[in-house]
Ligand binder design. Structure first.
Ligand code: PLP
Length: 387
């Protein structure tokens, strides 16, 4: 008999909600038309798209026309950053971001550097946060776009995006503000207008919807150049036949999460606090970033000196507990974590960090089991490394 699996890697990806899987499967099998087709099957599929747009625009408190469906969070970030930079390059060629962004943002910025744009990468404090003052200090007349993530995927830092957005607009209303909300959507209220955001990126597979679907909010009047060229779907901004089943699934998953947002946030915070109380009692174990209600409810980053993260990850895996080392969501290539570096993690601790990330599908007993496993494994593994 296999032991119960405890999945604590929800910032990498999530299990699809059963009702979402059911809906997706129904669309695969029954409403499988191309939404651009003029016959009944097309109209059915088009209706699913419209329904999804209405649901998601209700959650984001915007108009359905402000939403573009993409294939993932990475595409949403790329379209926002590269699409807006190229469309607005006559106004300026300066962009601002932070050193702790996901590669979906950082690599899009690097691409723009290659095209002659100038990028300013802001440092963060020990908790991984950037301040509105830091942004406005370097904001120029020719700054066309600022990109700051809402919630950091590695340590769960929550950036003061509403304050940053307000500060940008007060100084230069023409500067566009992009918020990568991939780790925040479904766990926090995300209302672009309240964040003063012109662009907001979301990903389906982080919210219990299938992989292969994302969303980009684009505010009224924001000029954006498409990255994909073809049949002219979605107003020509994102050619390609829409992933109807994935889009409908993403909307249903979002609906379910936003119906119980406050209670679920409380549960996630309670699980985090309960786990940390136990984990921090293990000698030398420390938490990266803030851990209270001003942090992400679902992300826990632990430094465990004397134990390599990879070894601990596999030891936990042997017990059916799945976590990640530092950040697992960019790729499985070994890489240095830009976030851990940016918050000043000492060199000798860079390989000693694991991330646990919860979801609404976890229960308190999962946290008890994970904490108990760590309390047993860490001293045992340290005996091998420290003798
Ligand atoms: N932005 C953040 C903050 C993320 O954590 C991720 C994925 O982990 C992405 C963007 C990319 O999303 P996707 O995996 O859907 O491409």
């Amino acid at each position: 008999m296999t032991a119960k699996e405890i999945y604590l890697d929800n910032s990498a990806t999530t299990r699809v909600f059963p009702e979402v899987a059911e809906l997706v499967s129904r669309i695969f099998l029954e409403e499988y038309g191309n939404p651009s087709s003029m016959h009944h099957k097309g109209v059915e599929a088009e209706r699913e798209l419209r329904r999804a747009k209405e649901l998601l625009s209700g959650i984001l408190k915007c108009q359905p026309k402000n939403l573009i469906f993409t294939s993932c969070g990475t595409e949403s970030d790329n379209l926002a950053i590269i699409g807006c930079a190229r469309a607005n390059c006559r106004r300026g060629r300066h962009l601002i971001t932070t050193k702790v962004e996901h590669p979906a943002v950082l690599e899009a910025m690097r691409q723009l550097e290659g095209e002659g744009f100038e990028i300013r990468y802001l440092p963060v404090d020990r908790d991984g946060r950037v301040s509105p003052e830091q942004v406005t200090e370097v904001l120029r007349e020719d700054t066309i776009l600022v990109s700051v993530m809402h919630t950091n995927n590695e340590i769960g830092a929550v950036e003061p995006v509403a304050e940053i957005g307000a500060a940008i607009k007060a100084k230069n209303p023409d500067t566009l503000f992009h918020v990568d909300a991939v780790q925040a959507f479904g766990k926090a209220q995300i209302v672009p207008r309240k964040l003063h955001a012109d662009l907001v990126a979301v990903s389906g597979h982080k919210i219990h919807a299938p992989k292969g679907v994302g969303l980009l909010y684009v505010g009224d009047g924001v000029k954006i150049q498409p990255l994909l060229h073809g049949g002219g779907q979605q107003g020509g901004l994102r050619s390609g036949t829409e992933n109807v089943a994935g889009i409908a699934g993403m909307a249903l998953a979002a609906k379910r999460l936003y119906e119980h947002l406050e209670e679920d946030r409380e549960c996630l915070f309670a699980m985090k606090a309960h786990f940390l109380e136990k984990a921090l009692a293990i000698p030398e174990v420390s938490v990266n970033g803030r851990a209270g209600k001003d942090s992400a409810p679902q992300v826990i980053s632990l430094s465990v000196p004397g134990v390599r993260a990879e070894v601990l990850l596999h030891a936990l895996e042997d017990r059916g507990i799945y976590v990640s080392s530092g950040s697992a969501c960019s790729s499985n290539r070994p890489h240095r974590s830009a976030t851990l570096e940016a918050i000043g993690t000492p060199e000798e601790r860079m390989d000693n960090t694991i991330r646990l990330s919860t979801s609404v599908l976890n229960r308190m007993e999962d946290m008890d089991a994970a904490a108990a496993a760590l309390a047993e494994l860490i001293p045992m593994l340290r005996r091998y490394t420290r003798g």
